[in-house]
Design a protein around this ligand. Sequence first.
Ligand code: MEV
Length: 425
Amino acid sequence: MSKTVSGFSKLNKIEKIDWLISNFFNNDEKVAKCLAQYWNSNKILQDLHDDFIENTISNFYMPFAIAPNFVINGKDYTIPMTIEESSVVAAASLVAKFWSTRGGFKATVISTVKIGQVHFMFEGNKIALQNYFSSKKEGLFKVTEEITKNMKKRGGGILDIELRDKTAELNNYYQLHVTFETADSMGANFINSCLEAIANEFENEGIQIVMSILSNYVPDCLVRAEVSCKVNELYAENSALFAQKFVQAVQIANAEPHRAVTHNKGIMNGVDAVVLATGNDFRAIEAGAHAYAAKDGQYKSLTNATIENGIFKFWIEVPLALGTVGGLTKLHPLSKLSLQLLGNPSAKELMEIIAVAGLAQNFAALRALTTTGIQKGHMKMHLTNIIKQLGATESEKQFLINYFENKTVTHNAVVEAYNKLVGDK
Ligand code: MEV
């Protein structure tokens, strides 16, 4: 039986679910109930979520947590995090507390330039093209005036439009490389609207516009966050060895892409969680961060660490194109609340906070990896998750946590211990 359908988006929610369960779930009403149990009883709120995307049939919950005790540039923050991975928030909170007693995190925005490109093909004379561009340049700014009016009031706008010859990479390929300042907005719609207006104005018989779109590679929208302390204040036991192994762990990620990817994944655990909680676009952030990690021709660590004159220093530099206005930021009630919790930061301040969240997460991962190993903490959370799935009571839970204190946690071992416990009762 064919499962294709036409006019699907016009069906209402119930009709969509009916179609789904009859085509994929053997008309199992339990599936409809499972979807319906996540609907919000507040109609206004549910309508809001329905309208974020097309064909919404339910809400997919993710945990929303807070990590307190972050000190960034001398200011206290409690950071909102949306993430499903069990150990991330616990790690962030521990590391926040740890560094709060060692001077806190220092963060600075290095630059905030965003990029968009009009990609086009041109077969004619290069000098003629350059002359055409020069004669048009002022007009290209002019056609965007209506779009840039409000952005200019907020200190943003188009910074420059450049003609770039890309014919060495691809025959007849050129681009208008446009740089933007988008103030407190991420600016995707603004940039794309400007680019399309520019492309329309620039196009002529010899110029074939292929596409106009922002770039998520934003190496000049860059933030740096850092922690430092005396080596002997770093770790309770053998601090010098700990510092040395920590720095070596970062060096390994810089030397070896397999490790670098996992190392950076750990950083993105922290970054993405705050990006999501604040209603920002985590796919854009991910793409841009990983491209930046490969900027030297090899995929490397986004963080670095040194020991100099008895001082341990650990820092991150990462491009983050974020917004604190526009998009989902104020539309999603929890994103709005997250931003309120952070004191309604500017986009620049949010860049600093999120870079810190990434650095903290990397610190937690490397500290665990170079000392106890990562599984100790992970397995503790894993154990509580399994216990929960088994429906254990509070006293059974405590018994199992004590029982596994010095034993290896596997799903089978926990189930067996639980069965024995309830069987024995
Ligand atoms: C797990 O989500 C993240 C880590 O693998 C990061 C790392 O290895 O650095 C623990």
